[in-house]
Design a binder for this molecule. Structure first.
Ligand SMILES: [Zn+2]
Ligand SMILES: [Zn+2]
Ligand SMILES: [Zn+2]
Length: 218
């Protein structure tokens, strides 16, 4: 059995599986519909047990991918970001197996690698990007007392429970420990991430787009 830290949830049916098994599950169980898409894997470049699998319409500009990655994983202070390719590229121009790297914040950088896994289809929908699966939140112990950690120290990456975070000499450096490769970096708190998996919610789990987002978007 793989460690909990590498398992993820399918947002379409609730299945639990590790990354590669999840990819195979999505292709087998959720490749169905009239809209042609690509199946994309996003991973932290150095922390690969943060991962996302999503379908994306082939006419989607890279700017939409940037917006999605900022919302789910990156945005803290409106830092600059870049792909290692022309931002005007469309997903349709990417071939399976192709990798794209993404950098958010040129100072305290978070690096993400996107891999085009396959051609896939889905029922037509308004959102260009549909999150299909994601790693479960990581479980870490408080470095001081061993209780489950809910904070991370931005200065030294130590984990802390709420009580130890509050009593710490480094209380000012404590950030919420969240499900992103950017956790503990700069001022990242994950406040725009609206894709938390909920086993009690009906499937498929598609987060409601806020009015602001649908106006700005796509
Ligand atoms: Zn599923
Ligand atoms: Zn920042
Ligand atoms: Zn503690």
């Amino acid at each position: 059995m793989p460690k909990t830290s590498v398992l993820g949830n399918c947002f379409m049916c609730g299945e639990t599986a590790a990354k590669i098994a999840m990819k195979n599950h999505l292709i087998k169980a959720h490749d169905n519909g009239a809209e042609p898409c690509r199946l994309i894997l996003a991973e932290g470049a150095y922390v690969k047990n943060y991962w996302l699998l999503f379908s994306i319409a082939i006419d989607t500009p890279m700017a939409t991918v940037d917006k999605f990655l900022r919302q789910i994983w990156c945005e803290c202070c409106g830092h600059l970001s870049q792909f290692d390719r022309n931002q005007s590229t469309k997903i349709a121009l990417l071939a399976p197996k192709q990798k794209i790297s993404y950098e958010y914040d040129m100072g305290s950088m978070t690096e993400i690698v996107l891999t085009v896994l396959d051609e896939i289809s889905r029922p037509p929908q308004k959102e260009k990007i549909c999150l299909l699966a994601r790693n479960m939140p990581h479980v870490e112990a408080c470095n001081t007392c061993g209780a489950p950690a809910t904070f991370i120290n931005a200065w030294d990456d130590a984990f802390a429970c709420a009580a130890c975070a509050q009593n710490s000499e480094d209380a000012d450096a404590m950030l919420p420990f969240v499900n992103s490769p950017r956790t503990g970096v700069c001022g990242y708190e994950g406040t725009l991430d609206r894709w938390a998996f909920d086993p009690h919610k009906p499937f498929p789990q598609i987060p409601p787009a806020s009015k602001k987002q649908s106006k700005a978007g796509e």
